[in-house]
Design a protein around this ligand. Structure first.
Ligand code: NAD
Ligand code: UD1
Length: 353
């Protein structure tokens, strides 16, 4: 079976994707600096996986930074020594907060852009030309109308988004100007929420959360954190913002489909951009109502001003993912609310209790 390097594999999307890949029998080399995650996630995946007694040696972990070229070279060299040369890379590692990116623009550029370039260099040195990259729906221009197809115009207004756009351009150029074997898929995620149904894996909350779902959870457990709904005058059916929430396990399975797609011998050198969402929009009020119903819990909220940079409606057109990857999401918004809350209840402070 192929060996896959997962950068940022201890993080929210990385750990769920690792679980799915391990269950499929892939060998994984996970690297992570643990700047926004915990070794406990790695321990949990190891022990969950051991219980199945399937391929016990299929997972190894290295703590380190993708900007450190000698670290990356060692990881690739070790894999060769162990007889499981890395054939694919799924590149999750990066910094992801839109608001922080305004405060730490240089750092975001260094990690997300320079870190990716270092990774690509080491992949080339090791003749590894298969890459799946974590991109974002934040790239789509605010003037484009949903459902968003991959050929919609891009235009970013935040430093985080600029790093993703720069990496996409860099990767597209690789195909044109570099080794003919490069096969790259850039997956543009919409709004991943939820958690693994075991309640053992989920999003490690940091202090400065800006996203709606973890803020809903926190408003329940922390009486000081009232939930604010940013705007009730948007041009939507109930006046609140509409987004494309996707269960993180569906997103994880999308990566497996992407690996399987790259594995097909008929695929030639290519750079593909593919949306991963559900293709359905849910408003803030709808999400809150479903959350309350599914989890039998009351959420206090109040309406506030619109948030700067927000848009009324964002959801994906996912026909390309279905056509090329033969992937489509299976889990409902009810499951997202149930699983996400279960994780939060069991781990209110994330992995580190
Ligand atoms: P996350 O923060 O949970 O995971 C990212 C992981 O990368 C973390 O474990 C972190 O410790 C690690 N990391 C950060 N800098 C590193 C470095 N220099 N070297 C090695 N490891 C490093 O985030 P996530 O939600 O799992 O997102 C994964 C990827 O998907 C990111 O690239 C993010 O930009 C992208 N993305 C996320 C979302 C979302 O809503 N979660 C949406 C669109 C795109
Ligand atoms: C945000 C980022 C986007 C990033 C995405 C995934 C901004 C402007 N956009 O998008 O670039 O790709 O996260 O990480 O930061 N909401 C509230 N109250 C809250 C929080 C959010 O009403 O306290 C609303 C928002 O107005 C929006 C919806 O909930 O309508 C979802 O917000 P959020 O979870 O932040 O995701 P995005 O806005 O899609």
């Amino acid at each position: 079976m192929d060996t896959i390097l997962i950068t940022g594999g201890a993080g929210f999307i990385g750990i769920h994707t690792s679980l799915v890949l391990l269950n499929k029998g892939y060998k994984l080399v996970i690297i992570d600096s643990l700047i926004n995650s915990s070794y406990i996630a790695i321990n949990r995946i190891k022990s969950t996986y051991k219980k199945t007694n399937k391929y016990p040696n299929n997972i190894s972990f290295y703590k380190g930074d993708i900007r450190d070229i000698s670290f990356l070279r060692k990881v690739f060299k070790d894999s060769i020594k162990l007889g499981s040369e890395i054939n694919y890379v799924i590149h999750f590692a990066g910094l992801k907060s839109v608001s922080d990116s305004f405060l730490e623009e240089d750092k975001y550029w260094d990690v997300n852009v320079n870190g990716t370039k270092t990774l690509i260099k080491v992949m080339e040195e090791n003749n590894c030309f298969n890459l799946i990259f974590s991109s974002s729906a934040t790239l789509y221009s605010e003037y484009e109308t949903s459902p968003l197809r991959e050929n919609a115009k891009v235009n970013v207004n935040n430093p985080y988004g600029k790093t993703k756009l720069e990496v996409e351009k860099f990767l597209e150029n690789k195909i044109k100007s570099s080794h003919p074997n490069w096969k790259i898929i850039s997956l543009r995620y919409f709004n991943p929420i939820g958690a693994h149904s075991s309640g053992l894996f989920g999003e490690n909350p940091n202090n400065k959360i800006n996203n709606l779902f973890p803020l809903i959870c926190r408003s329940i457990t922390n009486a000081n954190e009232e939930l604010l709904i940013f705007g009730n005058d948007w041009p939507t059916h109930d006046g609140t913002g509409v987004r494309d929430y996707i269960h993180v396990m569906d997103l994880a399975e999308g990566h497996v489909s992407a690996v399987e797609f790259l594995n097909k011998k008929i695929i030639k050198s290519s750079f593909l951009v593919i949306n991963l969402g559900t293709g359905k929009g849910t408003s803030v009020l709808e999400l809150i109502n479903i959350f309350q119903k599914v989890n039998k819990i009351n959420i206090n909220y109040k309406f506030a001003e619109r948030r700067k940079g927000d848009k009324a409606i964002i959801f994906a057109d996912i026909r390309k993912a279905l056509e090329l990857l033969n992937w489509q999401p299976k889990r409902s918004i009810e499951e997202m609310c149930h699983d996400g809350w279960e994780w939060f209840l069991n781990n209110p402070f994330g992995y580190e209790k």
